[in-house]
Design a protein around this ligand. Structure first.
Ligand SMILES: *Cc1c(COP(=O)(O)O)cnc(C)c1O
Length: 394
């Protein structure tokens, strides 16, 4: 008891600094409108890009798989926890991604923390993009490899650092997010792959926010840039556009066979549940079959961005549906978010330091295929009223 007094103190310190943000609890499924604290609010901050988290066909597939295979995988994949539907999903993902093979993990975070230390160790070098996701940073730390960081989107810096370091190490790995989650901008993947090839380094992209959003039928960033046959490792998640749970790595058959013997989440943590596995399979089937959800997502994103810009808001450098409404000041951003939620019933997440640089605070909007045009207009009107009230726009 007394040895945990410091936790109480830490919490109090966070509260005093205004950094102890209460967690909102949903009393409904994911969707355009959700119920929070008994109120219906317009949800503009989920990653449910295509609306697959509550899609009737996907739910049905999960229920049927539970009826057939039960609720748990029952063991780690390498002992008795590999079910035939895991294999089916791995084949499906590889085919969808135009890759030789894939390996399914229990989550995207685990895919990174399992794969990176399998590829590099103490004698190796990782060159990581400045704005990479926490799960990449953790994976690199776990690997024990020497870490270098190159500047955001800066290919000259990447070139220079590769040139200087690759020869000093046994193996090297260049690793980047595909879509950067706070700004919505894209890694220049063709140039990254080119430079990795030039210096003989492995290339690795985390496409968590590109899955289901970029490329033909949402095949992701490698398909978008036409580098599926040149990238060494494409990693992704099933928890965002794909609507369920789990992560994966796609690449060569050798890579996948090797990871099955090395990746610790595969060897030491139970396999993905049958219900989730079947849900993901169905979601990918839906994406392959028709791209109307994808088109609706992009239409909504375009409308939202154009309307926000037309009333004077700055939406930064986004190239994807991720729509950052740049405010700058931290306090003003928190106030705007509060006004939107309390007065306008728009639920949108404030993103402040240290998640983004000081003075680059913003509200990040995530339009989706389940939003209607009315929902987008509703959001813009709410921003207009609130932005004027706070003097952010005129
Ligand atoms: C969300 C995210 C992850 C983690 O995926 P989960 O499946 O939710 O664990 C990894 N990398 C990036 C870039 C992400 O945005």
């Amino acid at each position: 008891m007394t040895s945990l007094q410091w936790v109480k103190d830490e919490i109090q310190a966070m509260k005093d600094a205004g950094r102890f943000v209460p967690i909102k609890v949903l009393e409904s499924p994911q969707g355009a409108w959700v119920k929070i604290e008994g109120n219906k609010v317009l949800n503009m901050c989920s990653n449910n890009y295509l609306g697959l988290a509550n899609h009737p066909e996907v739910k049905k597939a999960a229920i049927e798989a539970i009826e057939e295979f039960g609720v748990g995988a029952g063991a780690v994949r390498s002992i008795a926890g590999t079910n035939e539907i895991h294999f089916k999903l791995e084949e499906k993902v590889a085919k969808f991604k135009h890759m030789e093979a894939s390996l399914v993990y229990q989550g995207g975070l685990l895919a990174n923390s399992g794969t990176i230390p399998s590829l590099v160790g103490k004698e190796d070098y990782v060159l990581s993009e400045e704005l990479n996701h926490a799960s990449i940073i953790d994976g690199v730390r776990l690997s024990g490899a020497q870490r270098g960081v190159y500047k955001h989107l800066n290919m000259a810096d990447l070139d220079e650092k590769l040139k200087e370091n690759v020869k000093k190490y046994r193996r090297s790995l260049v690793i980047s997010d595909g879509v950067f989650s706070m700004d919505g901008d894209l890694a220049p993947l063709p140039e990254i792959v080119e430079l990795a090839e030039k210096y003989g380094a492995m290339s690795y992209v985390d496409d968590a926010h590109g899955e289901g959003v970029l490329g033909d039928h949402g095949r992701g960033i490698c398909d978008h840039f036409g580098v599926s046959d040149r990238i060494d490792v494409e990693m992704g998640t099933f928890s965002k556009a794909i609507g369920s749970m789990g992560g994966f790595v796609a690449g060569s058959e050798d890579l996948v066979e090797y990871l099955k013997r090395k990746a610790r989440p595969f060897l030491f943590s139970s396999g993905l549940n049958p219900g989730d596995t079947a849900a993901v399979l169905k979601s990918i089937e839906i994406m392959e079959r028709d791209d109307s959800l994808l088109r609706k997502l992009w239409d909504n994103a375009k409308l939202l961005k154009e309307k926000l810009n037309s009333i004077g808001f700055n939406t930064g450098t986004t190239k994807t549906p991720i729509t950052p409404v740049m405010v700058g000041d931290e306090k003003e951003t928190l106030e705007l978010s509060k006004l939107l939620y309390e007065e306008e019933k728009v639920f949108a997440s404030p993103i402040v330091y240290p998640t983004v640089a000081q003075g680059a605070a913003r509200i990040r909007l995530m339009p989706s295929a389940v939003h209607s045009k009315d929902d987008i207009n509703y959001t813009v009107e709410a921003f207009e009223r609130s932005g004027k009230k706070l003097g952010i726009i005129k």
